[in-house]
Ligand binder design. Structure first.
Ligand SMILES: [Zn+2]
Length: 131
């Protein structure tokens, strides 16, 4: 049985006894339970959000010497800005020109993929996508 419903029943029984002190204590206990349920709800929501975040961050692929990331098994093979992800955990796709220059419209970062020691890996990752 739901704790709040149970306490509501206890309040009804206590009211019949005309014991005002007991009624007040049961009502206070009911309020505590409501607060605890609210906290549990918020913690469950936060826990779900953190698990999602952890799951997502475990799929982030980083590259040396360049603030770019991709997501493991991403069929679209989008390149995101690592600065924006690191700062606010937002996945901001970068603009790519001439196959090597990237630009993030959010933080303004400009990079050259060729400067990364992982250049060949990045090119291989993106080979099926016209970058
Ligand atoms: Zn950015």
């Amino acid at each position: 049985m739901d704790a709040i419903k149970l306490l509501k029943d206890v309040v009804t029984v206590a009211q019949k006894s005309n014991d005002i002190d007991m009624v007040q204590k049961v009502i206070a206990a009911q309020e505590e339970v409501i607060e605890l349920q609210d906290k549990v709800f918020k913690l469950q929501k936060e826990n779900n959000m953190l698990q999602e975040k952890l799951k997502r961050s475990s799929k982030i692929v980083r590259y040396r010497g360049i603030p770019l990331i991709t997501i493991e098994d991403d069929k679209c093979k989008i390149i995101y800005c690592a600065n924006c992800y690191g700062k606010e955990e937002k996945l901001i796709p970068v603009h790519i020109t001439d196959d090597i220059y990237t630009y993030c419209g959010t933080c303004g970062d400009r990079s050259n993929i060729k400067y990364s020691p992982d250049y060949e890996i990045i090119k291989e990752t993106l080979k099926d996508v016209s970058i």
